[in-house]
Design a protein around this ligand. Structure first.
Ligand code: ZN
Length: 164
């Protein structure tokens, strides 16, 4: 987090969380656009730290939490390929480690240094679902440019544990 780019207050997050389906006012939309742009820049910056000696695919993720903090992460590859962790999950485990199990994510940005599409993979969507507000905006590189989707559009039927 850079001091010159303070994240939005937790107040705004709480208000959005209460009314997940309410349309954003023009002012709120503008402020959201600005915070998402800042979040995307942070995802790009952290991608420089990626450990990707096998694929060369350098990804960064930035999570805006409802407490106003931004937590970033990169992909960390392993010679045993299946042990690789994505940037999104890397950021998430750091967020929980720093702030505990009550964290909630109100926005996600994913970026890469390869000029390639990189929506969150299925595993990351399921893991994010545990902590993210259903209508949280997610931005990521797609064919033709950066794409914006709400989380519940990205993962409409995530797994839930509902035993009877
Ligand atoms: Zn992933």
């Amino acid at each position: 987090m850079t001091p010159s780019n303070p994240p939005p207050t937790a107040d705004g997050a709480a208000n959005r969380a209460k009314q997940p389906s309410a349309p954003l006012t023009k002012q709120a939309q503008t402020s959201l656009d600005e915070s998402l742009t800042a979040l995307y820049q942070q995802a790009i910056r952290v991608a420089e730290q990626a450990y990707a000696p096998y694929s060369g695919f350098r990804v960064g993720a930035a999570l805006l939490l409802t407490n106003g903090e931004v937590i970033t992460g990169t992909n960390v590859e392993n010679v045993s390929y299946g042990l690789t962790i994505c940037a999104e999950r890397s950021a998430l485990v750091q967020a929980v480690s720093r702030f505990g199990p009550e964290i909630r994510i109100e926005a996600v940005a994913v970026a890469n240094l390869n000029n390639a599409p990189s929506p969150p993979c299925g595993a990351c969507r399921q893991v994010l679902a545990e902590f993210i507000l259903p209508d949280a905006p997610v931005i990521f590189p797609a064919e033709g440019g950066v794409r914006f989707m709400h989380f519940n559009e990205l993962l409409p039927m995530g797994f839930e544990m509902k035993l009877k």
